[in-house]
Write a protein that binds this ligand. Structure first.
Ligand SMILES: Nc1ncnc2c1ncn2[C@@H]1O[C@H](COP(=O)(O)OP(=O)(O)OP(=O)(O)O)[C@@H](O)[C@H]1O
Length: 222
């Protein structure tokens, strides 16, 4: 069997001596979609941040596409994040002074992809996520659903192995949220990325094959 895209082993993290993650272990394979559920304050975002290289775990191992995060310096971590990880946030986090197309293009610029190739891929992906007619719009001119479609395109444009989503529908009405969830599931399926999605939404969890639950710093699988 091929090695997992994401392997988390015995991860621990404390804030001011208060344990938040108490030995979290799980694996995700290519094409797998996992919902991460749990009460507020149970450590879901902390876990996502340690996996995404935004925060460092105290002990334990996060391995993404066979790269062990704790062994990397800041440059190495930035490289792994640019290459292997895409992230979708609740509040979209689009850069306000860039157009939709420029936001989506950004990860490819960071990877040094040529302008011609960037333009081709951005155009095709905006088409795929249903916002090609809004390519020249600034984020402030987009609806919430359009912003999240653009953000999803930005998260997958560089074909990452791992997609992290933190409450991707938390700021959308339920109908728009369901459309965005369908899109997210489809693009993950098409790209065979692994998806780890923090959510409080049953609708979001339904679209995942695996349900992981955080409780008191420990992870269990339903
Ligand atoms: N930088 C930090 N410094 C200190 N404590 C923190 C920090 N970040 C998070 N915490 C605490 O760690 C605990 C877990 O937070 P986390 O955001 O991971 O929970 P969560 O499960 O994602 O919650 P929610 O569902 O409300 O977003 C909380 O009690 C939070 O206050």
């Amino acid at each position: 069997m091929s090695s997992p895209i994401l392997e988390v082993t015995c991860l621990t993290k404390a804030y001011a001596d208060r344990p938040i993650l108490r030995g979290v272990s799980f694996k995700l394979a290519a094409g797998e979609r996992a919902a991460l559920l749990g009460p507020s304050g149970s450590g879901k975002t902390t876990l996502l941040n340690c996996i995404g290289g935004v925060d460092r775990a105290d002990t334990g191992v996060v391995s993404i596409a066979d790269e062990k995060l704790h062994a990397l310096d800041a440059d190495g971590l930035a490289r792994v994040r640019r290459t292997h990880i895409g992230t979708v946030f609740q509040f979209f986090h689009l850069l306000p002074t860039l157009t939709a197309a420029e936001n989506v293009e950004l990860p490819l610029q960071l990877l040094g992809i040529t302008a011609a190739e960037r333009e081709k891929r951005v155009r095709a992906l905006l088409e795929r996520v249903g916002v090609s007619h809004r390519a020249s719009a600034l984020p402030s001119e987009l609806s919430g659903g359009e912003m999240q479609r653009v953000a999803i395109a930005r998260a997958i444009i560089h074909r990452p192995a791992l997609l992290l989503a933190d409450e991707p529908t938390g700021n959308l009405d339920s109908h728009t949220g369901e459309q965005v969830l369908d899109l997210l599931a489809e693009v993950v399926q098409e790209s065979q990325a692994a998806l780890l999605m923090v959510t409080h939404s049953d609708e979001a969890a339904k679209r995942c094959q695996r349900i992981l639950r955080m409780k008191d710093g420990e992870l269990t699988e339903a």
